[in-house]
Ligand binder design. Structure first.
Ligand code: ISE
Length: 347
């Protein structure tokens, strides 16, 4: 039987996922959507045959014909929605951030563990991006020796939402690099520093953009990240892993199509490269989102959870919370995670 899915939140990502589930994902059936903007939810539902709009997201979770829920609402409503999914035993794919602070994320980790079976996947789609997957395989193979450093660049053309202020850059954008660092190193982050360079005039007054973050890893590795959400140019996500015997880079030239060619000087001159920079994350990570949602559907139908877990969501939230503190002082802030072995159902 197909996995019967409901989507909560019909903003950019919710609508994108609806399209994906309805047309590109095997083994899933989009059944219902829910959003406080009921007119928008109804409009989206009307685009697909047999899909209904349910005003209250918690009613969607509880509906008899729902097996799994994709949560694409804003982070501040995630805790109650994920809890409802856990209570009703719904497989859940929750977009990042898992919740707004580490305490509430930890409550979800604990609630899931008390329920006795994993149900939550967090929407860190980079883990499904074929380029990041290749980079991880190369690092894990050990051919290049131990990984020492990661350098990330994360640029958005602009952010549409006026509420996207300095802290949100940490919580909504930097959080991806937090997960990438934990994923590639396979370790926790123990300290974060967020520095505030002079801001671009394209940012709203008072917003720190760009930002530069430094993470210290458990094993001593360091990660540097530039986040710049009003770069004006396009969506650029790059990651360079530096290991003892070489480096590997993802997303050179914006992660889009890239070309090399001769300069005007002909064969004697230097080579040039150029290409196209994708406009936004839906374009750059289209394959990652497809693979992520397909993996979620396949795993849910097998009664399993794959990919980033509630713990990964919690750890990322805890790092970002420390990052928001560092944003105000420029000083390093320690990240203290809960003792994983002391959680119910583990250790
Ligand atoms: C957005 O929420 C995302 O998740 C994108 O990947 C990120 O690049 C963007 O900055 C966020 O606003």
């Amino acid at each position: 039987n197909p996995l019967r899915v409901g989507i909560i939140g019909v903003g950019t990502m919710g609508a994108d996922h609806a399209e994906r589930l309805a047309h590109r994902i095997a083994g899933a059936e989009l059944v219902a959507v829910s959003d406080p903007d009921t007119a928008r939810a109804e409009q989206l539902a009307a685009r697909f045959e047999g899909v209904r709009s349910i005003a209250d997201p918690l009613h969607l979770v509880a509906a008899d014909d729902i097996d799994a829920v994709l949560i694409a609402s804003p982070g501040f409503v995630h805790e109650e929605q994920v809890l409802a999914c856990l209570e009703h035993g719904r497989y859940t794919l929750c977009e990042k951030p898992l919740t707004m602070d580490s305490e509430s994320s930890l409550r979800l980790v604990e609630a899931e563990q008390k329920g006795g079976r994993p149900l939550v996947q967090v929407g860190f789609m980079r883990r499904f991006d074929p380029d990041y997957v290749r980079l991880k395989a190369m690092v894990d193979s050990g051919d290049l020796g131990r990984m020492l450093l990661l350098h990330n660049i994360h640029r958005n053309k602009s952010v549409p939402d006026p509420s996207f202020r300095s802290e949100m850059i940490v919580r909504d954008s930097l959080v991806h690099e937090v997960d990438v660092a934990r994923f590639l190193f396979g370790e926790e982050i123990t300290e974060i520093t967020v520095l505030s360079p002079a801001p671009t005039r394209a940012a709203q007054p008072g917003v720190v953009d760009p930002q530069v973050a430094v993470f210290r890893m458990e094993g001593g590795g360091l990660v540097t990240t530039e986040v710049f959400v009003n770069s004006q140019v396009g969506y650029e996500v790059r990651c360079e892993a530096v290991a003892e015997r070489g480096t590997v880079t993802v997303g050179q030239n914006g992660g889009g199509l890239s070309t090399t060619r001769l300069s005007g000087d002909g064969a004697a001159g230097p080579g040039l490269w150029g290409g196209v920079v994708p406009g936004d994350y839906r374009e750059r990570f289209a394959a990652a989102y497809d693979l992520e949602v397909q993996a979620w559907v396949d795993a849910s139908r097998r009664g399993e959870v794959v990919g980033p877990t509630a713990w990964d969501g919690y750890a990322a939230t805890a790092v970002c919370q420390a990052g928001m503190e560092s944003l105000h002082t420029g000083e390093p802030v320690r990240v203290d995670l809960a003792d994983r072995t002391a959680l119910p159902g583990t250790g």
